[in-house]
Design a protein around this ligand. Sequence first.
Ligand SMILES: Nc1nc2c(c(=O)[nH]1)N[C@H]1C(S)=C(S)[C@@H](COP(=O)(O)OP(=O)(O)OC[C@H]3O[C@@H](n4cnc5c(=O)[nH]c(N)nc54)[C@H](O)[C@@H]3O)O[C@H]1N2
Ligand SMILES: Nc1nc2c(c(=O)[nH]1)N[C@H]1C(S)=C(S)[C@@H](COP(=O)(O)OP(=O)(O)OC[C@H]3O[C@@H](n4cnc5c(=O)[nH]c(N)nc54)[C@H](O)[C@@H]3O)O[C@H]1N2
Ligand SMILES: [Mo]
Length: 732
Amino acid sequence: MLLYTNDEGDLVKVEGDPENPFNEGRLCVRCLDLPEMVNNPKRLTHPLRRAKADRGHDRWERIGWDEALDLIAAELNKVKEAYGPESVIFSCGTGRDIAPYITRLCWSFGSPNFVNIFSGKACYLPRVAGCIATTGAFWVADCAQQFPDRYDNPAWQMPETMFVWGNYPLIANSDGFFGHWVVDLMKRGMKIVMIDPKVTWLSAKAEVHLPVRPGTDAALALAMMNVIINEDLYDHDFVEYWCYGFDQLAERVQEMPPEKAAEICGVPVEDICAAARMYAQAKPAAIQWGLAADQKTDGMQNGQVTVDLMAITGNLDVPGGQILPGAGAGHNESGFGFEKGVGDELQKKMIGLEQYPAYCMIILNAHADLMLHALETGDPYPIKMGFYAGNNLMSCTSMEPQRWHDAIVKSLEFCIGFDTFMNPSIEASCDIFLPLSTVAEREGTVFTHYAPCTVTAGFMHKAIEVGETMTDFELCYELGRRLRPEVWEDFASAKEFMEALRLGKKEGGAYFDKVSQNVVCQIPVEYYKYERGQMRQDGQPGFATPTGRVELWSTAFNQFGDDPLPYYLEPEFGPADPELMKEYPFILTTGARTTAFFHSEHRQIAYLRELNPDPIVEINPQVALDLGIADGQWVRLRSPFGECVEKARVTETVDEKTVHAQHAWWFPEEDGSEPNLYGNFRSNINNLLPNDHYGKLGFGAPNKCLVCGIDPLVENYDTDMNLIWEKFGKLV
Ligand SMILES: Nc1nc2c(c(=O)[nH]1)N[C@H]1C(S)=C(S)[C@@H](COP(=O)(O)OP(=O)(O)OC[C@H]3O[C@@H](n4cnc5c(=O)[nH]c(N)nc54)[C@H](O)[C@@H]3O)O[C@H]1N2
Ligand SMILES: Nc1nc2c(c(=O)[nH]1)N[C@H]1C(S)=C(S)[C@@H](COP(=O)(O)OP(=O)(O)OC[C@H]3O[C@@H](n4cnc5c(=O)[nH]c(N)nc54)[C@H](O)[C@@H]3O)O[C@H]1N2
Ligand SMILES: [Mo]
């Protein structure tokens, strides 16, 4: 991004950087509108504190940074002495820049309880767990993103066919995959198959569109493998030399003939077969997949079955298939972390480690759902203090958010929030607010949270100064040193800490200064690394699994006590329970991304809010007719777990059985005091979603496959929210 300032030093304009090989100057509206966020009157740019009795009320007082950090250090040490470091939880949400630093702060303090407060960690990790167990790695579609000369690089080949699966790349640009690459390749002749319940701009241009019932993707994938294996369309050489357990997989997929999947998924059997053939016969073919894979109880199996599909068709580590860098590529974690700070004894105390060792050890995270129980009951031990950075949990990541709210407010004696704006979670439960620098006010690196997959680092350069804010790495360094200086003595400065963690060097910031002169830094990816011993730490040919092969029969899952072969789990809440469907007749999928917002962010940015002023639920015209709902009318959505109100958008892009609801809504313009809390619990779709419905190894949650009922609220669909509030009272 190119940032422009005026003579007074204010940020006034943002443009895409045409020299960036990733986006070639194309930016989303949220980037372009950055000045409105940076200069927003609601932004908080000084540390604040208030008494515990004032939680839930805007009774904050400005304090200085030193005072704030000393106070936090004193509170942390007090709690540590009385209850042990494990009684303090640190959380962040999605993998923003904060993630590597706050985990180090947590571990260096001695707490094993870094936790993503998100049931079943149903973002990305279920997929990753399925992939790691099978191949020792996570695979992304090859759009030449690793080459500075991109599509012109002679080593690269274009995928003939791409599956776009449970992901909408043009809006989400998720996990370092820039969505417009799909369009770039379509212009060059690539065909796409779209697997998405909704009709979209991309699905309208797809060769095949499979509008599956939400939550049934694993059945579809098994059926496609059934077709590919039974029609002998698989890659015999790759299967013979590099796969383990093919015969067992071939037997397993017989349980899911395409006719059966057609019934489960609600799509024509011919389309399933056509898509399977297109994928297997294309040389090469790629899969660009997303969040819908994770947000179901069998999310991990969904990851496993998808990587199996890539493997048996010979699309792993080939040009135009799926790529990843070699072992040890990407940034270096510098060894500063878990072992040194937490150690063996405290590690055993990680919440959930005993019950879900795979979950806890793969991601070094306490188990979210079990953390809720610990907060509610004090079992296995009391949780006394919290630190949220980059997580608005009560609006966004917690399911049954009122339960989390109550548990946190009751249990935590002291709590800290670190953010750019006030939000409902901080307002409800924190005693200290720390102000965060935006991208315009800081130096730093830009990695996606799984950096090695894209092997690209970008750099931030400070453009402006606003208030007294700190960056993520500065705060974690400053606080970490106050708490346990001996653990931090390896780093002479905050910048060196960032440099060591992100770039794998320690030159007092000099290495960062040097490389950050580049627009981006790319590590070229080679193909066929498994043939040359570049995938395993021991340098042997093969994949980083116990057998050295792609484990279609997973020794890891077997060891952890799950089925070694992929399977489909019918959603617990859905057509399998006809009684339930009488009361909640629609399939609910939530959270499909919007251009205007990043999760719960940006609701206070006027231009962005204007693009999407209200929480929207999309329903089919027939449903609207049957229930007497007009386009733009407020409706009540309900499930067995709770309810909320959203505004109906009547559209043919969704079918008659499925309802698509936006997530992460709160209203910064409303009263922030308890119990209203910026309207946090009124239009919060997570009221309808449960905790504790994850898969056997602890991963996955039914965020995109629940059931709901819909009731029209008021006849006058122009009614404002306050009227509904008055008329219907508090809903939760
Ligand atoms: N603008 C914006 N971008 C974002 C984010 C944001 O909040 N705003 N969030 C970021 C984060 S953390 C993430 S994880 C990614 C997620 O980004 P994506 O992976 O794209 O996930 P979603 O947008 O939730 O859903 C993608 C598509 O899945 C479809 N879908 C819903 N249910 C199902 C199902 O059961 N099966 C299938 N096959 N499809 C289904 C939806 O209709 C939607 O079109 O986006 C990232 N990018
Ligand atoms: N129903 C439903 N719920 C969902 C989803 C869904 O699809 N459906 N998606 C889920 C997914 S995939 C995810 S990843 C989670 C995301 O959940 P979160 O990551 O919690 O998302 P936000 O609420 O946008 O962000 C939290 C806060 O981080 C602050 N922030 C932004 N950048 C930074 C930074 O660099 N440093 C720090 N310290 N703070 C920052 C923002 O101002 C914001 O207040 O939501 C989940 N919730
Ligand atoms: Mo996410």
